[in-house]
Design a protein around this ligand. Structure first.
Ligand code: ATP
Length: 230
């Protein structure tokens, strides 16, 4: 279980994230939804420890994240960060090794994800030669390749065609089914409502609603969603 408790981040006199608390349960796909500038990326970067918070704490299974915290996460950043000249398999193995996985295991895991994400025919292509949709699949494989304990993904479904959405959803659901927490952001409420078990809504840096999909649907029947998301 991933717990975010009272996280606040200020830039000068602007508060980007204001006393944000929520929980991402193990085995649950949790959608983090909000409009542009709502505070999703800032919150996710704090969860991962790449950005310091002014207040608050992030805990994984009850303990604060230590210096090795980054390895425990699989992360897909908003600014996609693969090396354009590296080939898909080579890139995945490189990242898995960097995060401490043994060579043989890394090569196997990379192939498994390449097949699962339907990149088999692109295995030895340089990243820069892939279509944007395939680059996104490679990025999702990159988040998963070192067998992390938790997944945090910034807009993993944006720009994917419907078949790719199903493929990616299958991969994320399988990962969650092992009991791992999965958090992903989206600015599309309809996507999140369709794909997630739990939903956290953020707006203006504050949590506006959080709960299971069914709970929120009942509580927000009517037009309030429109207001909260953008
Ligand atoms: P988007 O979907 O557009 O990426 P978001 O929900 O991820 O939006 P954030 O990127 O977390 O939102 O931004 C939250 C707020 O913090 C915005 O008002 C943004 O302008 C501000 N902000 C983010 N990073 C910085 C920064 N480095 N310096 C100043 N303000 C920032």
């Amino acid at each position: 279980m991933l717990q975010i408790e009272g996280v606040t981040k200020r830039y000068g006199d602007r508060t980007a994230v204001d006393d944000v608390s929520f929980t991402v349960g193990g085995g649950r796909l949790t959608g983090f939804v909000g409009g542009n500038g709502a505070g999703k990326t800032t919150t996710m970067r704090i969860i991962l420890g790449v950005l310091g918070a002014d207040a608050g704490e992030v805990r994984l299974d009850g303990s604060p994240l230590g210096v090795d915290g980054r390895r425990r996460f699989g992360y897909m950043p908003e600014e996609r960060g693969l090396y354009p000249k590296m080939r898909v398999h080579e890139q995945l193995v490189y990242l898995a090794r960097l995060r401490g996985m043994r060579a043989g295991e890394a090569a196997e895991r990379a192939d498994e994800l390449i097949d699962r994400l339907e990149l088999t025919e692109r295995r030895n292509d340089p990243i820069e030669k892939l279509s944007l949709g395939n680059q996104q699949r490679a990025q999702i494989a990159a988040a998963l390749v070192h067998d992390p304990e938790v997944l945090v993904l910034d807009e993993p479904f944006s720009g994917l065609d419907p078949m790719a959405v199903e493929t990616v959803l299958g991969v994320l659901s399988e990962f969650a089914a092992r009991g791992a927490p999965v958090l992903f952001s989206s600015h599309q409420l309809d996507v999140v409502e369709r794909l997630c078990d739990d939903i956290v809504v953020i707006g203006g840096g504050r949590i506006l609603a959080a709960g299971s999909r069914e709970e929120l649907r009942e509580r927000n029947a009517g037009s309030r969603w429109e207001l909260t998301v953008d």
